[in-house]
Ligand binder design. Structure first.
Ligand SMILES: Cc1cc2nc3c(=O)[nH]c(=O)nc-3n(C[C@H](O)[C@H](O)[C@H](O)COP(=O)(O)OP(=O)(O)OC[C@H]3O[C@@H](n4cnc5c(N)ncnc54)[C@H](O)[C@@H]3O)c2cc1C
Ligand code: FES
Length: 256
């Protein structure tokens, strides 16, 4: 589905991170993605950061398209294609949701979709205090929200994987959900394996069509836009490219 969506609210969520709320809802499940068309600039993949009520995306400025998107104002129009991809399996009883930086965006939709604050704990991490997002939102939906920063400027000093590892040693979880940079996902998978907790991780690859046709998002034969973006720990453990290489804009494999 393609819709034109008007920005109704623009919230600075963290340093270089902006949440854009749209004037219409989108029939989507937690963890799903959209292709966002920024008129005259580009079309890029984004996780939805709100799925109930209105739709929203949360954008971290990294290059031309994300900077242009972040600079849009209330009243401006974007195109949204989707939703695409699979969604989190939220049926396990006790869930630990782990988000690194803007990876908190699809994690937050999962935490809210569980809709039972005693069933889901949250570990939020970032490099520093300026990149911590959605802490207040998480506290409204979960009894146990903990925060870490790599430099110790806010919350516990250390990576969010160390924090999640400590939580897994302290409490029993039936499932871990994770989204963040690939290096974070890699070490989170290791920690989950060591603690014998199954996990689902949301992965990122260059995406062009979003519909399974172009092959630009393929990782070990699986399309991030169709079979993903969420993969189980078992699936990821069988991938030879995870944590090692990805395709660039030209489709060539490059080291991560
Ligand atoms: C499934 C998925 C969900 C995502 N969700 C979010 C989100 O919720 N919030 C957010 O801020 N970002 C998200 N991204 C990443 C976002 O799509 C890229 O940051 C954006 O496309 C970069 O475009 P640019 O022109 O600003 O930067 P560029 O100058 O094009 O690139 C900057 C960096 O982003 C990487 N990149 C470039 N194009 C893509 C692409 N099409 N897909 C993935 N990585 C790319 C490049 O390898 C480079 O490291 C997601 C990506 C995927 C695949
Ligand atoms: S973006 Fe996934 S196949 Fe084209």
């Amino acid at each position: 589905m393609f819709i034109e969506a008007r920005i109704t609210e623009r919230i600075r969520s963290g340093r270089g991170i902006t949440t854009l709320l749209f004037d219409r809802p989108m029939e989507a499940k937690a963890g799903q993605i959209v292709m966002v068309w920024i008129p005259g600039v580009d079309e890029i993949p984004m996780a939805l950061s709100h799925i109930s009520g209105v739709a929203s995306i949360t954008v971290k400025e990294v290059g031309q398209a994300t900077k242009a998107l972040s600079a849009l104002n209330v009243g401006d129009l974007v195109g949204l294609r989707g939703p695409y991809g699979n969604s989190w399996d939220l049926t396990p009883r006790r869930i630990l949701a782990v988000g690194g930086g803007v990876g908190m965006s699809p994690i937050m939709t999962a935490v809210e979709a569980v809709n039972d604050r005693s069933r889901v704990d949250v570990a939020i991490g970032a490099r520093d205090a300026g990149e911590i997002i959605f802490e207040e939102r998480a506290r409204k939906a979960s009894d146990d929200v903990r925060v870490s920063t790599d430099d110790g400027s806010y919350g516990i000093k250390g990576t969010v994987v160390s924090l999640a590892d400590a939580m897994m040693r302290e409490k029993r979880y039936d499932m871990v959900l994770g989204c963040g940079p690939e290096i974070m996902n890699k070490y989170l998978l290791k920690a989950c394996n060591e603690n014998k907790v199954p996990c689902q991780l949301s992965l990122e690859r260059i995406m062009k069509c979003g519909t399974g046709l172009c092959g630009s998002c393929v990782i070990d034969g699986l399309r991030v836009c169709v079979e993903g973006p969420i993969f189980t720990g078992e699936q990821i453990s069988r991938m030879t490219e995870f944590g090692k290489c990805k395709r660039d804009d030209a489709g060539l494999k490059v080291k991560i």
